[in-house]
Design a binder for this molecule. Structure first.
Ligand SMILES: Nc1ncnc2c1ncn2[C@@H]1O[C@H](COP(=O)(O)OP(=O)(O)O)[C@@H](O)[C@H]1O
Ligand SMILES: [Mg+2]
Length: 389
C-alpha cells in the first residue's frame, strides 16, 4: 500500500467483562504494537470489568477499571454511521443529544476472550452497527464458546468428540446424588468438570473420584448455569491447529502443548514463569507422522467449517496416545494473540509473520463484510402476492 492511500481506522476492543480480561489486555497490547502504523490508525477501545466502554489506551485501564480521564464510548446499534461515539456524562437533559462522534471506524478487531467478547454478543452489536470485524460471526462465536452445543454440532457432522454428561446448576444443587449417578454411569474416572461457557481453564477440574467430582461440579457451578462432566483422557496429547480464512480456510502446521502440571490449567497457561517447573512446553511442529498430521489438519478445517467460523480460529484436539484416537476438544474463535501465543506462533512456523497475519485478518474482515453487503435484504412482496393470487 502506498503512503497516499488513507489509513484503515481499526478499533481494537480489549479488556471486557469476562474472567479473561487480563489475558485480553496482553493479546491486545501485542496486536496494537504490531499493526503497521503506515497502514493503520489504531483506535483503542477498552471495556472495563463492569462492561463500560472507554476510548482509551491500555495504560489507563488497570485492574479492570479506568484510571484518569477515559471518555465513555459506545457504538450505536444502527448501520447509518459507523462511528465510535462519546457519551457526554454532563448532558442529562433528554432533549439535548449526549452523544458526539469520536471517530469513524473502518473495521473492528475484538481482541476479547471469553463471555461478552468471544461468544457472539459483541459480534451481534458489530453486525447491528454495520461494521466489518475480525473473526467469526454471531453463530460461529456462540457455538465455539458453548462446549456442549459445540459437541452436538460436531456429532451432527460426524466429527469425533469425547462423551459427556451435562446438567444445570439448578439440577446439581437440587439433586446432587442423581447427577453423580448419571456421571458415574456414563463415564469412568478421571472426569473433567467444566463450566459450559468459559475459557482459559477457569473453573475446570480433573476429578479422580466421587469426592473430587462433587468438588469439581461445585467449582464449575460458580461460573455458569450449565455444567459439563467430560470423559478424561489420561496422558492426553494436546494438539492445536491455527485455521485462517473465510470460505476457504487453511490450516497451519500442528502444534502440541505439553503441560508439566496435571493438565493445562490456568496456572500452566498464565501464571507459570518462563523457566519455572510449571511452565508448559510448546512443540512446533508436533512430533507426528505425516499421515496423522494431515488428518489432524483436515479435522481442524472440518470443525472450523462446521461451526461457520470465519477469520480465525484455533482448533484444539486431544490425542489418546493409547488408542491413537483424535478428539475435537474446542475451537477458540479469538485465541490468545500475544506474539508468543500458539495461534500466531503456528502461523510463523507455517511461514506467515505476526504482522502479515494481522493484515490478512483485516482483509478477511473487509471481504466478509463486502460479501454480506451484497446480499439481498428485502423481498419483492408484490411479486409474492402475484404468486399467491
Ligand atoms: N477430556 C479431557 N481429557 C484430558 N484433558 C482434558 C480434557 N478436557 C480438558 N482437559 C485439560 O484441561 C484443559 C482445559 O480444558 P478446555 O476444555 O480446553 O477448556 P478451556 O476452554 O478453558 O481452554 C485442556 O487444555 C486439557 O489440558
Ligand atoms: Mg482449551
Amino acid at each position: 500500500m502506498t503512503s497516499n492511500q488513507p489509513k484503515i481506522r481499526i478499533g481494537v476492543l480489549y479488556g471486557g467483562r469476562s474472567g479473561e480480561h487480563e489475558v485480553s489486555l496482553r493479546s491486545a497490547r501485542s496486536v496494537m504494537e504490531s499493526l503497521d502504523p503506515t497502514r493503520y490508525e489504531v483506535v483503542p477501545i477498552g471495556i472495563t470489568k463492569e462492561g463500560r466502554w472507554v476510548a482509551t489506551g491500555i495504560e489507563a485501564l488497570t485492574a479492570g477499571t479506568v484510571s484518569g480521564s477515559g471518555r465513555s464510548a459506545t457504538l450505536l446499534p444502527e448501520p447509518s454511521d459507523a462511528s465510535l461515539m462519546a457519551v457526554d456524562p454532563t448532558a442529562n437533559d433528554p432533549a439535548t443529544s449526549s452523544l458526539s462522534v469520536i471517530t469513524e471506524l473502518d473495521v473492528v478487531f475484538p481482541v476479547l476472550h471469553g463471555p461478552y467478547g468471544e461468544d457472539g454478543t459483541v459480534q451481534g452489536l458489530l453486525e447491528l452497527a454495520g461494521l466489518p470485524y475480525v473473526g467469526a460471526g454471531v453463530v460461529g462465536s456462540a457455538v465455539g464458546m458453548d462446549k456442549v452445543i459445540f459437541k452436538q454440532v460436531m456429532i451432527a457432522c460426524g466429527l469425533p468428540v469425547l462423551p459427556w454428561v451435562m446438567c444445570t446448576r439448578r439440577q446439581w444443587q437440587a439433586k446432587p446424588d442423581a447427577v453423580i449417578e448419571a456421571v458415574e454411569t456414563a463415564l469412568p474416572y478421571p472426569v473433567f468438570t467444566k463450566p459450559v461457557n468459559l475459557g482459559s481453564s477457569v473453573g475446570i477440574s480433573k476429578c479422580h473420584d466421587r469426592d473430587e467430582l462433587r468438588a469439581g461440579l461445585d467449582e464449575a457451578a460458580r461460573f455458569d448455569r450449565r455444567l459439563v462432566a467430560e470423559q478424561g483422557i489420561n496422558r492426553a496429547r494436546e494438539l492445536e491447529v491455527s485455521v485462517l480464512g473465510n470460505e476457504e480456510p487453511v490450516a497451519s502446521v500442528v502444534g502440541e502443548v505439553r503441560p508439566r502440571r496435571e493438565f493445562y490449567d490456568y496456572v500452566a497457561k498464565y501464571v507459570a514463569e518462563p523457566g519455572s517447573e510449571d511452565e508448559s512446553e510448546l512443540l512446533i511442529p508436533a512430533n507426528l507422522t505425516p499421515d496423522v498430521a494431515a488428518a489432524v489438519r483436515h479435522l481442524a478445517v472440518q470443525a472450523y467449517q462446521a461451526i461457520d467460523c470465519a477469520g480465525l480460529g484455533r482448533v484444539d484436539m486431544l490425542l489418546d496416545d493409547q488408542t491413537g484416537q483424535i478428539y475435537l476438544n474446542e475451537i477458540n474463535t479469538i485465541p490468545g494473540f500475544t506474539t508468543i501465543s500458539m495461534y500466531p506462533k503456528l502461523w510463523a512456523a507455517t511461514g506467515m509473520s505476526y504482522s502479515e497475519l494481522l493484515d490478512r485478518l483485516v482483509d478477511l474482515a473487509l471481504e466478509r463484510h463486502r460479501e454480506k453487503a451484497a446480499l439481498a435484504t428485502s423481498i419483492d412482496t408484490t411479486a409474492l402476492r402475484a404468486v399467491e393470487g
